[in-house]
Design a protein around this ligand. Structure first.
Ligand code: FAD
Length: 468
C-alpha cells in the first residue's frame, strides 16, 4: 500500500489529510508531529479550567469552503464574537480598528496638527520612488506622524528590526486598503472605497479555544486510512534522483523511518532544507540561513478579581513596554465575564538568541505581571496561576531582500518530484489559518487529481480575507 507522509498536524497538514482520505485509493496517510496534540500554532492549552491559545486566534475567512468546513466541524460550539480591541499608546487606549474621531479626541491638538501636516506633506510630495520598505509604504499613505504612533513601534516589537528593514510586502498583506480617507469616511458613516483588511468587526471563535477546531477535525479521521504519530520529530529527509526516499523521525528517543510515495511538509522550510540528506548545494544552505523566523513567547496568567479590561485583546504600542499584545480569553466567550478568574496572555516577540527566550518561567511570569501593573491594566487582582509557552519559528519574517533567498530555496525544492510544501512555515508565507488550510487542500487536490492550483498564489493578491 502506498504511504503518504504529512509533516505537521497543524491546520495545513490536517486539511491536506482530510482531502486525501476522501479518495478510495489504496493509500495510507501518516501524519507526523513533534507536538503532543494537533493544531500547530492554532492549538490551545487547558489550564485550571480555562483554555488558552498560543496568542489569540480569531476565525475569519472569505473562502466559503473553509467557512463551511469550520462551521460543519464545530456546529454550535463555534460562535460569533463582536470584536473589541484597542491600542495602548502614551497611556491612552485608542479604538482599533482606528476611528478618526477617537484618534483626534485622544491624540490632543498638538499631535493632531502635526499629523495633519505630515499627512499633507506625504500626499503633496511630487516624486516618490516605489515603496520598498514598510516605512516608505505606510508613510506615503498616512504621513510620518501617524505612522510613528500607530504602526512603527508595534511593528518593530513584532519583527525585532527597524521598519526600514521590513519589506513593503508585509504592509500590503496586512494593511492593504486602509487609508486616512477610508478612516475619515468611516467616521462619517460613509463606507470606505474598498474593504480594508484591518477593519474586520467580528469573527468566529470556538468554545474551547482555537485548538478545539483541530482536535475535533483530527477525531473525524478513519484509523484505517490515517495514522497520527505525535511526539515524532522529523530530523532526516533522504533523497535520491530528485525523489524523497525516506523520512526519519525521533519518537521517545528512538529513530523511526517511513518510506513515502509522497511528502507534504508544513515544517519550517529552513528546517526542511537542513534535514535533507545528502545536503543541498551550498547556495541553497546559505539561502536557508538568510531566512529568519521570529520566535514567540506567551506568558499566560490566571488572575482573580475584577475583569482587567473588556477587550478581547489590546495592542501595546507604547515603547515603554516590551509586551506587544495582551489578551483576555474570557472576553471571547458569551458568559465568561461572569467568571471570577480571568485568563490573560501576554505576548513577547523575540529571537531565540535573545535574553528573554532563555529566562526562567518564574522570571517571565513576574516580568509580565509587572508590565501589566505598570501599564495600569492590573491593580488589585490576585495572580492564582500561570504557565509559559515558547513557540519557535512562529512568524516567517519579510525582511528586506528575503525574496531572493526564498526564491533560491523554492526553485531547488521544486526540482523534487514527490514533495509539496504547504502551510505557513512550510511555504515561508505570512498565512492565517484559512490560507494554511487552503494550501493543504489544494496540494492534496493537485496530487490526487492532477489539478493545477498554484499554491504560491494563495494570499498573494493582497486580498486578505477579513471583511465581507
Ligand atoms: C501569535 C499568533 C496569532 C495568530 N493569530 C491568528 C488569527 O487570529 N487568525 C488566523 O487565522 N491565524 C492566526 N495565526 C496564524 C495561524 O496560527 C497559522 O496560520 C496556522 O497555524 C498555520 O498552520 P500550518 O499548519 O501551516 O502551520 P503550524 O500551525 O505551524 O503547524 C505546523 C506543525 O508542524 C509541526 N512540526 C514542525 N516541525 C516539525 C518537525 N521537524 N517534525 C514534526 N513536526 C514538526 C509543528 O509541531 C506544528 O504542529 C496566528 C499565529 C500566531 C503565532
Amino acid at each position: 500500500m502506498r504511504r503518504i507522509v504529512i509533516i505537521g498536524a497543524g491546520p495545513a497538514g490536517l486539511s491536506c489529510a482530510l482531502t486525501l482520505q476522501k479518495e478510495k485509493e489504496k493509500q495510507h496517510i501518516v501524519v507526523l508531529d513533534r507536538n503532543t496534540h494537533p493544531g500547530g500554532l492554532a492549538r490551545s492549552v487547558f489550564f485550571q479550567g480555562h483554555w488558552f491559545d498560543v496568542g489569540p486566534h480569531r476565525f475569519y475567512t472569505k473562502n466559503p469552503a473553509i467557512d463551511s468546513l469550520w462551521k460543519k466541524t464545530l456546529g454550535a460550539g463555534f460562535h460569533p464574537v463582536h470584536r473589541l480591541t484597542r491600542v495602548l499608546y502614551g497611556g491612552k487606549l485608542f479604538s482599533y480598528p482606528l476611528d478618526a474621531w477617537d484618534v483626534m479626541k485622544k491624540l490632543g491638538p498638538k499631535d493632531v496638527i502635526l499629523s495633519v501636516f505630515s499627512y499633507l506633506a506625504a500626499k503633496l510630495r511630487l516624486f516618490r520612488p516605489p515603496a520598498e520598505t514598510f516605512t516608505q509604504w505606510v508613510t506615503a499613505r498616512f504621513g510620518y506622524r501617524l505612522y510613528s504612533i500607530f504602526f512603527k513601534t508595534y511593528t518593530e516589537k513584532v519583527w525585532g528590526v527597524s521598519c526600514d528593514r521590513i519589506s513593503a510586502k508585509w504592509a500590503v498583506q496586512r494593511i492593504q486598503n486602509l487609508s486616512v480617507v477610508s478612516l475619515v469616511l468611516a467616521a462619517f458613516n460613509i463606507r470606505p472605497p474598498a474593504d480594508p483588511k484591518s477593519l474586520v468587526r467580528s469573527f468566529y471563535y470556538p468554545v474551547r479555544g482555537s485548538g478545539q477546531m483541530y482536535t475535533r477535525m483530527a477525531e473525524t479521521f478513519g484509523k484505517e486510512r490515517v495514522t497520527f504519530r505525535y511526539q515524532s520529530h522529523v530530523t532526516g529527509i533522504h533523497h535520491k534522483d530528485r525523489k524523497i526516499i525516506r523520512v526519519d523521525y525521533i519518537k521517545h528517543g528512538k529513530r523511526v523511518t517511513e518510506t513515502p510515495a509522497h511528502v507534504f511538509s508544513s515544517m519550517p522550510i529552513t528546517a526542511f532544507i537542513t534535514a535533507l540528506s545528502p545536503a543541498p548545494p551550498k547556495t541553497v544552505l546559505a539561502a536557508a540561513r538568510r531566512l529568519r523566523y521570529r520566535d514567540h513567547i506567551t506568558v499566560n496568567l490566571l488572575v482573580r478579581g475584577a475583569s482587567p479590561f473588556p477587550d478581547q485583546w489590546l495592542y501595546i504600542h507604547s515603547p515603554d513596554f516590551q509586551m506587544a499584545r495582551v489578551t483576555n480569553y474570557n472576553n471571547f466567550q458569551p458568559n465568561a465575564s461572569l467568571r471570577k478568574t480571568h485568563a490573560l496572555s501576554v505576548e513577547y516577540f523575540v529571537f531565540k538568541e535573545d535574553r528573554l527566550w532563555h529566562e526562567t518561567d518564574t522570571y517571565l511570569q513576574h516580568f509580565a505581571y509587572s508590565e501589566l501593573t505598570s501599564a495600569g491594566l492590573l491593580s488589585d487582582q490576585k495572580l492564582v496561576g500561570s504557565f509559559v509557552v515558547r513557540e519557535a519559528d512562529a512568524y516567517p519574517a519579510y525582511y528586506l531582500g528575503y525574496e531572493k533567498a526564498f526564491d533560491v530555496i523554492k526553485e531547488y525544492v521544486s526540482t523534487f518530484t514527490n514533495v509539496t510544501l504547504i502551510g505557513r512555515g512550510g511555504m515561508y508565507k505570512y498565512n492565517n489559518m484559512d490560507h494554511a488550510m487552503e494550501s493543504g487542500i489544494h496540494a492534496a487536490e493537485n496530487y490526487q487529481h492532477r489539478d493545477a492550483h498554484d499554491l504560491w498564489s494563495i494570499n498573494e493578491d493582497g486580498k486578505y480575507l477579513e471583511e465581507k
